[in-house]
Design a protein around this ligand. Structure first.
Ligand SMILES: O=C(CO)[C@@H](O)[C@H](O)COP(=O)(O)O
Ligand SMILES: [Fe+2]
Length: 220
């Protein structure tokens, strides 16, 4: 079994962002998870396209941009232009989800959709064939360092089952409270991509911690 590790820069030292990103890339992380917050959809404000463009000069990782913003269509082209490979929008923030996912693909990126802990996976039934990734939030979005919500596990299992039954190929990503203890649970449930912020950037050696987290996740 293979999984991908997606360090969330929300928990990085922003005064040393280039070095922190280089460390997790050297540690073998496949995706760089970039949390974009607008102070409306979630009660926090973070990163814009300028930061994505600056990091793009320094990294070859897949840039995985998690948009926690209202009306995302307005900013999707800017984030893709800045170097995002994958754009994930929230189901709860999209009035016309099909249109938004189509826009991401038209602009040349992979399309993901995220679900808050209170949102049932069945709300995605009509768009699953067109998405590249489903992000299951295992905390309420807005902040790093929160406790894992175990209710995410049956949702991951149901999505993995649906994917198999329908012959679909989207990745299942889990975001929030993922650490050496919770990682094996989410992988057993069927997750392919693990986002980790505080567990990686809060570790004494973030570069080494990427491999430690991967090893722990695959301990079945
Ligand atoms: O999207 C979010 C939070 O809204 C996440 O990507 C967090 O940044 C994950 O942080 P940890 O829970 O791993 O510390
Ligand atoms: Fe995130």
């Amino acid at each position: 079994m293979t999984i991908k590790i997606a360090p969330s820069i929300l928990s990085a030292d922003f005064a040393n962002l280039g070095a922190q990103v280089a460390a997790v890339e050297a540690g073998g992380a496949e995706y760089l998870h970039i949390d974009v917050m607008d102070g409306h959809f979630v009660p926090n404000i973070t990163i814009g396209p300028l930061v994505v463009a600056a990091l793009r000069e320094r990294s070859r990782m897949v840039f995985d941009t998690h948009l926690m913003i209202e009306a995302p269509d307005k900013y999707i082209p800017d984030f893709i232009q800045a170097g995002s490979d994958l754009i994930t929008v929230h189901q709860e923030a999209c009035v016309h989800l099909h249109r938004t996912l189509s826009l991401i693909k038209e602009k040349g990126a992979r399309a993901g959709v995220a679900l808050n802990p209170a949102t049932p996976w069945q709300s995605l039934a009509c768009v699953l064939p067109m998405v590249d990734l489903v992000l299951v939030m295992s905390v309420n979005p807005g902040f790093g360092g929160q406790k894992f919500i175990a209710g995410a596990l049956p949702k991951i299992e149901a999505l993995a089952r649906c994917r198999q039954e329908q012959g679909l190929c989207f990745e299942i990503q889990v975001d929030g409270g993922v650490n050496r203890t919770t990682a094996p649970q989410v992988v057993q449930a069927g997750a392919d991509v693990l986002v980790a912020g505080s567990a990686l950037f809060g570790a004494p050696d973030p570069q080494a911690e990427v491999a430690q987290l991967r090893a722990a996740a695959l301990t079945l």
